[in-house]
Each structure stands twice: as C-alpha cells, then as structure tokens.
Design a protein around this ligand. Sequence first.
Ligand code: ARG
Length: 402
Amino acid sequence: MSDKVVLAYSGGLDTSVAIKWIKEKYNLDVIALTVDVGNERDFSAIRQKALDVGAIKALVVDAKDSYVSEYVFPALQADALYEGEYPLATALARPLMAKLLVATAQEEGASTVAHGCTGKGNDQVRFEVSINALAPGLKIIAPAREWGMTREQTIDYAQRYGIPVPVTTASPYSIDENLWGRSIECGVLEDPWVEAPEEVFTWTRSAGETPDKPEYVEIGWEKGVPVTVDGQQLDGVSLIRRLNELAGRHGVGRVDHLENRLVGIKSREIYEAPAATVLLQAHQALEAMTLSKSQVRFKQKVAQEYADLIYNGLWFTALHQDLAAYVKSSQRFVTGTVRLKLFKGSSRVVGRKSPFSLYSYGLATYDKADEFDQSASPGFIHIWGLPVRTQAQIQPKSEAED
Ligand code: ARG
C-alpha cells in the first residue's frame, strides 16, 4: 500500500493536474481536501472531479463559520489593511486551510501534504510556514512549483490524461475569492497603466450602473464585532454576505493596488471587497468614539504590524498571539452603532453612537451648555509652550537658518 498525501484542492486546472502528477512522480495516494470559505462554488462537482481525476478520497469541509469568527473578525478588530489598501481575504484563509490540511493528514495517517501554489507568490509561504508551525515533521510537496510546466503545457498534460479543462481556464485572469473579498490578477492587469476592464468585476457595479439614490446602512457592534445590520441580528457569515451584496450594488469596495509581495516582487492586484471596506470604515469610526486618543494612536501601529504578519504568513506565531491579546483587550468598549451612506462607489460614515462614547457634548459645544473651563487654558498653554519659548530665546530662528 502506498503512502498518502493530503492535497489542498480547489477544483481548478493546477490542483487537478497535481492529483495525477503526484501519483506519477511520488507514487502517493492523493486525498483531496476542499475548504469552503464562502467562495460560492458547486462543491459536490469539485468533489466528484477530484475522484474522477484519481483521488482515493475527496473531502469538502465547510469552514465558513470558523473562517469568519477566528480569522476575519479578529483581523477586523485589529483594523488590518495591508499597505492601507488590501483587506487580506486570501491571506487570512491560508492559515485556516493549512490547519485543516494538518488535521486531515493526522486523521488519515498521511505523511505529506500538498498545495497548488507556484513559486512566485505569497500563498506558498503562508501554507508552508503555517504547516511548519502546526506540524514541524510533516512533509510538503508543491507540484506547481516543481513541475516547471507553462500554462499551455499544463493544459496539454491535462488533455493527455483526460482531465477536464474548465472553460474558465480560457479567462486570462487568476482569481481567488472567499467571503472577505475577491482578488484578480494577470492578463491586461499586468500593465499597471491600463485601467482594469469592467469584466474583472463581479461583486461590484460600476459607478455608472449604481442606483441614483443614496442608501443608508446601520451596523451594530458588540466589543468590536459586527452583530446587526439595520437593526437585524445576523450571524457573521450572513452579515458579511448581506453587506457584500448591499455595498457591491453601490459599487463600493473596488481596490487597485500596486502591492509589495513578500517574495520581493511588486505586483498589480485588483480586489473587490465591499463588506470588508464598509466594516473596516465603520469599525474605525466606532473606535474613534470609544477609545482614547492614545489608544487609537497606539492601535494604528499595532494594525500595521498585524496586517503585515497576516500577509507574511505568520498567523501561527507567538507574536500574533501577543498582538491578538492586545487587540481583544482594546475592544471591550467598542460597542455601538455606525451609520454609513452608500452612493456611486463611495461609502462614508455619517453617524455614530455608543453607550460608552467618550464624546462629551458639554465639553464640545459652543453654546450655553458649555462646561469647558476656558480660564484653565492660559496656564495649560504656558506650560505646553515652555520648551518652545526657551528654545526660541536661546536659538533664535534667524540664526538657526544659516
Ligand atoms: N496578492 C494577494 C495576496 O497575496 C492575493 C493573492 C491571490 N492568490 C491567488 N492564488 N490567486 O494575498
């Protein structure tokens, strides 16, 4: 009996060819594992395809709930946005897939796992570093990195072995999607000067096609987690779906990002992430109301570290564990409601309220309800400006200039 390998199987051309290729090259029996993270697909067809191509077993795991509660919402609480642009949908799903690969390998008694990533991207790093962290002894094969076939050669290989080549393979784009967003690369997008053609977008309407009337949406939060839309309680998966639909209809969530990959390449990526865009905006608006100035400033630094570690494949690390504890603690009063206005491709926060709001009308107002003691300001300014006055006397500006 030959040894077994668990392959992360998407149903696409590369991972289908990989089933045959692994059997030929390594003589391993392939168990295909497909993870449902909300990428609307026909999972029973994918499962059947894996078996038809030669997998000895094909498993489909519905991981939508754990994807949202253990990966997406913690990243949202952290305000993680890579390089200020990318909400990290692909990057967040990889550690979860790695975890399921490891668990399946252990259950099935397989010595090896495999993934379909090439040698140029971030995903190979995320898969392998996560697998190393969870099961240091497990062997890893990356067929698409090893076989050295071009796209055409891969199609030839598939045809030679009777592996169905999906019509979508004719599309010049490489697409990855899950609940938190959709990524599109390749084809004309590889010229950073060329505007993304309308055909790459499927979740968002172009501004010309969006409704002519603005729409408002109210998102309710508990401790930094979104729990209601327009007053209706929703589980995380349904809430994200609802907002993808609603914000997408108004053309919100298109991103054109010239991004720095971990492997040193700059690449041009198009993203569609309507729900992520709206939720990240609303969350920060609620934090602005419920956190102190210094909490917000410090948290912005944490947000950047957190986004980088997700992007760079370091989810299962001690650093992440420590940062996650900080983020969770920071959310204890981030409860309330945020109102946004969606219109012609833009979403703007237009209202916010919270039982823990630090905004004080009495301190902020200019009318007669004013409680701010203006007579205390001269003393404050006297001390705040002390070092500036001292320096101006000793080092006058005119001399400092030459
Ligand atoms: N550039 C994004 C990232 O690194 C998206 C990658 C999409 N992955 C893919 N296999 N098509 O997270």
